[in-house]
Design a protein around this ligand. Structure first.
Ligand SMILES: *Cc1c(COP(=O)(O)O)cnc(C)c1O
Ligand code: SF4
Length: 451
């Protein structure tokens, strides 16, 4: 058993993984059964925590129901019962190496590690060749996603993460890039791209020097007007902006982007009000805003973590009060332990609307619930009962085909449908149907109705 540090070394970041589970159990009073069942699931799903999340976010008096415990610790119900039983039998035999490897690889492949065509559909090709550019995704005309290789991990892991395949060390499941030269060349050839979203994992896991090497070259590309950072550091390691050894340099980088005349945005990921109700996080947001950068907030709707309108209303009010902008409520993707976390779409839209109604006008910047699916970002605007079935009002917020953005359409929705692929009987303009028909969804021809 690897011990945790006995004296806390102040604010220095240290990651704890499955090997520290017994020590974590001892420090916070978890029973041996709970530790063991976390350990079994952590052989398949990623697990990483640190002192900030353990000391400040988890309510240790409310285990296992505490939303932060559910967010951070793999749980017994996250895998199918027979899968868990297979893992337990390996545990009893001391995790024989080859067998463990075979089983965990097979289980992971069954968990849809790259949902929504991330791998095949969005990776741009080098001009005039058939080589994909690793670490880039270009799906919507104006925005490119950039995955720096050293940013493919996070200060802690969310159990519901849809990027989980990048963390578990299967090289076939990873995509990332070591340096920005191909990105810069690609941007030069595609002046319609105005937005670069640097993401991961979490790009702010990198040292400021590394991050600067990836980002500074973008400031030489005139067509790039916005640089965004997708990050959960404000939750998992807010000291990144306050008292890490290169915090001041990080804030300096943001300021440099702003001074260049560009928009710099931190796309924060807050799942629960407790994450934001932390002195260090509040201070971090203040410092980010002082650079002229903006903070936008998004998170998925997750059963057992935040499937409650009061939680979202509280979260969005707190964000707005700190000058951060509530941005998206996502629907949990169909990957990883989806059955454990999913919220049926009719319930999702009800939670969104109940929360939204309570907000002051300035917090009503938020949109949702949004499904980020193969054809685009689809928001559920409401549900209604038609003569024969329950239906949803839907609308594209983002699409490969910009011409369909904003066009309302409807679909039939069973009470348990929790993802776009479970909807049918669409009523939509032909151009929307064509988009819906692409990628992970082949509509049965009987379910089409042009308008
Ligand atoms: C969400 C997303 C974006 C950014 O969309 P915005 O609506 O501009 O925030 C860009 N690319 C992909 C692939 C996305 O999923
Ligand atoms: S912060 Fe984002 S990328 Fe990191 S584990 Fe959570 S959901 Fe995944």
């Amino acid at each position: 058993m690897t011990a945790l540090a006995t004296t806390r070394e102040g604010n220095r970041y240290r990651a704890y993984g499955p090997r520290q589970l017994p020590a974590i159990g001892q420090r916070y009073g978890l029973s041996a059964e709970v530790v063991e069942s976390i350990d079994v699931i952590a052989h398949v799903l990623p697990f990483r925590v640190n002192d900030h999340v353990l000391d400040n976010l988890v309510d240790w008096n409310n285990i296992p129901d505490d939303p932060m415990f559910q967010l951070l610790f793999p749980q017994a119900g996250m895998l199918a019962d027979n899968t868990t039983a297979q893992l337990r039998s390996l545990a009893r035999r001391g995790w024989p190496r080859a067998e463990t490897q075979r089983l965990t690889t097979a289980i992971r492949r069954d968990l849809n590690p790259h949902p929504s065509g991330q791998m095949e559909l969005n990776v741009p090709m080098e001009a005039g060749s058939n080589f994909a550019i690793p670490g880039l995704q270009h799906k919507y005309r104006e925005t490119v996603l950039y995955f720096p290789a050293q940013g493919q991990t996070c200060h802690a892991y969310c159990t519901y993460c849809f990027r989980w395949a990048q963390f578990v060390g299967d090289p076939e499941l990873k995509f990332a890039t070591a340096d920005p030269s191909q990105l810069v060349r690609y941007l030069g050839e595609h002046p319609a791209v105005t937005d670069v979203l640097v993401t991961g994992g979490d790009p702010l896991i990198m040292s400021t020097a590394r991050l600067t090497a990836h980002v500074e070259p973008l400031l030489g590309v005139g067509s790039v007007r916005t640089v965004r950072f997708g990050t959960k550091t404000l939750t998992f390691w807010p000291g990144r902006y306050v008292d890490d050894q290169d915090s001041a340099d990080l804030l300096g980088l943001f300021e440099k982007i702003v001074v260049s005349g560009r928009t710099c945005a931190v796309m924060a990921h807050f799942s629960h009000p407790r994450e934001i109700d932390q002195p260090l996080t509040i201070e971090a947001i203040r410092r980010i805003r002082d650079t002229g950068a903006q903070v936008f907030c998004q998170a998925p709707l997750i059963a057992r973590v935040n499937d409650d309108p009061a939680v979202w209303a509280d979260l969005w009010r707190r964000e707005a009060a700190l000058g951060a902008v509530p941005y998206y409520m996502f629907v949990e993707r169909d990957t990883g332990p989806h059955d454990y976390f999913k919220v049926p779409l009719p319930r999702a839209v009800q939670i969104f609307q109940d929360a939204y109604r309570q907000l002051p006008g300035l917090a009503r910047t938020v949109r949702g619930p949004v499904m980020s699916a193969t054809p685009g970002k689809i928001v559920v605007d409401g549900s209604y009962q038609s003569s024969s079935s329950q239906r949803l009002y839907l609308r594209f917020l983002q699409a490969r085909d910009p011409g369909i953005v904003g066009q309302p359409f409807t679909a039939r929705c069973s009470p348990h449908a929790s993802w776009f692929t479970e909807l049918d009987s669409f009523e939509a303009p032909h151009r929307v149907l064509a988009a819906l028909d692409s990628g992970d969804r082949r509509l049965p021809s009987t379910s089409r109705a042009g308008m």
